[in-house]
Design a protein around this ligand. Structure first.
Ligand code: NAD
Length: 364
């Protein structure tokens, strides 16, 4: 056994079917009584149900959560939270909504510190991390996403209600599942990898890898849906516990600076990031391949590519609307700031990786 350091994060996790009905008990348990419920515009009906189940404990519903946490939306929601004297926010949704809840906790004055309950409805994993990404225009007016890690944004309670994931559209289910797998993949080759996160990473990859084809066949498959959400927690916990490398850096660049959609971008980049790192991270890559149960002769990078393509997910940046002329700038940004990664980061090789992802080439 190698020596290791492991920092456990405080977490209260409630997992099961119909668990969102326990939300009022959780608000009271936190000593709160004025809950502001957050959703995206699309998930407003789910937010209304939570408001109804909270009764007098709900003070409002804010339905404008937006991907990549733009600061203008945070300011607007914070104003509403302050007007309503909210003492807890309840994010019902995916990473975008949870990101807004985190931003409110971060920016609320210490004297009025907002508690957070999250009810995740995708597999992105933000609920289990002390990480927040926020987007603001840079000096040239271009969107720039910055990320910080602080316990101030770690949710107090995670209510995983499998029921709420049944409506996650088929394609989003696959891309969000691959987004989760990406956290576990990078946790396995992280410099801070340790026996706890590595074992969670393998469990998470296994659970999601076997659930996606089941859900593709039947969106209501109970085993598939519950395994996928369990996998999301396992993979999200890895993301919260150890540092990420090339894959997340590339996706962060493409999302934050080029407005690319989050889960889809993770899905397209992952096989290529794995191919790039494979010669320098063989043990981790073998573990991933075994967790996915790949057939003889299929590499881990190819297995991840096939998992996306065979289940109807996008597999090229081109089909996501990325502009070929932006490949160079993306490679430049990704190569600029140094960060730990198994393979050395060389701009020309990164450009080739991005070009392969742009064209949707199956890794060799
Ligand atoms: P999302 O939250 O933007 O959701 C995508 C769309 O799916 C939205 O319209 C949403 O309303 C809808 N949706 C979500 N769940 C649904 C359900 N069960 N049924 C029907 N519709 C549903 O997507 P996401 O991929 O979960 O989150 C992406 C955002 O999260 C990005 O901004 C990303 O940076 C952030 N993120 C942050 C972390 C972190 O640790 N800080 C981790 C992962 C993702």
């Amino acid at each position: 056994m190698q020596p290791f350091v492991y920092n456990a994060l405080p977490a209260r996790v409630i997992f099961g079917w119909g668990t969102s009905s326990k939300v009022a008990d959780e608000v009271k348990r936190l000593g709160c009584s004025r809950a502001l419920v957050l959703t995206t515009p699309q998930q407003a009906p789910s937010g209304e149900k939570v408001v109804a189940s909270l009764g007098d404990l709900a003070v409002g519903l804010y339905t404008n959560a937006t991907m990549h946490t733009p600061v203008e939306v945070t300011r607007d929601a914070l104003k509403k939270a302050q007007e309503l004297q909210a003492d807890v926010c309840i994010a019902v949704g995916g990473g975008s909504t949870i990101g807004l809840g985190k931003a409110l906790a971060l920016h609320s004055p210490d004297s009025a510190k907002l508690k957070q309950i999250v009810i995740p409805t995708t597999y992105a994993g933000s609920e289990a991390t002390p990480i927040i990404g926020q987007t603001e225009a840079d000096v040239n007016g271009k969107p720039l996403k910055t990320t910080q890690k602080t316990l101030k944004v770690l949710p107090d309670v995670i209510l995983y209600d499998i029921e709420l994931t049944l409506t996650l559209p088929a394609q989003m289910t696959i891309t969000s599942g691959l987004n989760a797998i990406a956290h576990a993949v990078e946790a396995l080759w992280a410099p801070e990898a340790n026996p706890i996160t590595s074992s969670l990473a393998v469990q998470g990859i296994e659970a999601i890898g076997k659930s996606l084809p089941l859900i593709k066949k039947d969106a209501n498959d109970r085993d598939g849906r519950s395994n996928a959400l369990f996998g999301a927690w396992a993979c999200g916990t890895c993301l919260g516990a150890v540092g990420m490398s090339l894959h997340h850096k590339l996706c962060h660049t493409l999302g934050g600076s080029f407005g690319m959609p989050h889960a889809e971008t993770h899905t397209v980049i992952l096989p290529h990031a794995v191919a790039y790192n494979t010669p320098f991270a063989e043990e981790a890559v073998d573990k991933i391949g075994r967790a996915l149960g790949l057939a003889e002769g299929v590499s881990t990078a190819q297995g991840l590519f096939d998992l996306a393509k065979d289940n109807g997910a996008p597999y090229s940046l081109k089909e996501l609307g990325f502009r070929e002329e932006d490949l160079e700038r993306a490679a430049e940004i990704a190569a600029k700031a140094p960060y730990p990664n198994p393979a050395p980061l060389e701009k020309a090789k990164l450009l080739q990786l991005l070009r392969n992802a742009y064209n949707g080439t199956r890794p060799e």
